[in-house]
Design a protein around this ligand. Structure first.
Ligand code: ATP
Length: 267
């Protein structure tokens, strides 16, 4: 006799996430200030993850620990399974203030990372020219930083990070110093670059709208000491007109959901 018991199929195994950066139990204090406590995070390869949270929750600190620019008090960061003990060629940091050399042209600034690695002039300038084009600065190769707008200087910083072929790009509020128009334009460029270049981006921002608009995944940190409070995957369809996306109900609902979670921390 056949059993009457209906057996349920076991649930399908979730697809394994291919993480390029793994953060395990990271804590950081500055003197008496506890900035981060017990951070565990995986950053999927080829995706853009934003770190979002109230001012002072340790977003920049976490980014700099991943970059190897500052040391954690406890915990580990690995990139492709290798422990981070300082800056490395597989990671590039785009600074908030662009950190350009004022006495050097756009070309030299963009090629500088390659120059430091001993790449010959023809090769490094070829590569730099390609990325200058990718970030929309073709024709500005021989200009100096003071001849460029804030938005353009920021693009130079991004082109420099792209040209060293780092797999992971770490961006610390790259849009904070530019006007709204440039910000929108750059967000779109970043979405395009993420798709075309297949790089992993880790991005610090203050803006919920920006995080939802550009991110595959958003990590919400709680107020100091920063801990992971929520991970959101906005799943926005970015194929259409950016204006339409900004009015899309799913986009607006996601922004609101994050705001509801964050507003308790804002006086
Ligand atoms: N070098 C430092 N020395 C002492 N305290 C520091 C240092 N750097 C950061 N802090 C403190 O650690 C905490 C976390 O700073 P961090 O800049 O990482 O936060 P954040 O979330 O990026 O802030 P914001 O959103 O305001 O840029 C803050 O309270 C900050 O004042």
């Amino acid at each position: 006799m056949r059993s009457a018991v209906l057996r349920k199929e076991p649930p399908p195994m979730p697809a394994p996430v291919d993480s390029i950066v793994e953060v395990r139990d990271i804590s950081k204090t500055y003197g008496d200030v506890e900035a981060l406590r017990g951070i565990d995070l995986d950053f999927p390869r080829g995706k853009l993850t934003s770190l979002l949270g109230p001012s002072g929750c340790g977003k920049t600190t976490l980014l700099k620990i991943i970059a190897g620019l500052i040391e954690a008090n406890a915990g580990t960061v690995t990139v492709d399974g290798k422990p981070v003990s300082g800056p490395g060629p597989e990671r590039a940091f785009v600074f908030q203030d662009f950190a350009l050399m004022p006495w050097a042209t756009v070309m030299r600034n963009v090629a500088f990372g390659l120059e430091l690695r001993g790449v010959n002039k023809t090769e490094r300038e070829g590569k730099a020219r390609h990325y200058i084009g990718e970030v929309g600065l073709a024709g500005f190769e021989n200009k100096y930083p003071h001849e460029l707008s804030g938005g353009m200087r920021q693009r130079v910083g991004l082109a420099r990070a792209l040209s060293v072929d780092a797999e992971v790009l770490l961006l610390d509020e790259p849009f904070s110093a530019v006007d709204e128009q440039n910000r929108r334009k750059f967000q779109e460029d970043l979405i395009r670059l993420r798709t075309n270049q297949n790089k992993t981006f880790i991005f610090v921002t203050h803006s919920i709208e920006e995080a939802v608009y550009i991110s595959d995944r958003i990590v919400l940190l709680s107020p100091r000491p920063g801990r992971v409070s929520q991970i959101i995957e906005p799943e926005i369809d970015r194929s259409g007109d950016p204006e339409r996306i900004h009015r899309d109900q799913h986009y607006l609902d996601t922004v609101d959901e994050i705001w509801q979670g964050l507003k308790q921390y804002v006086e």
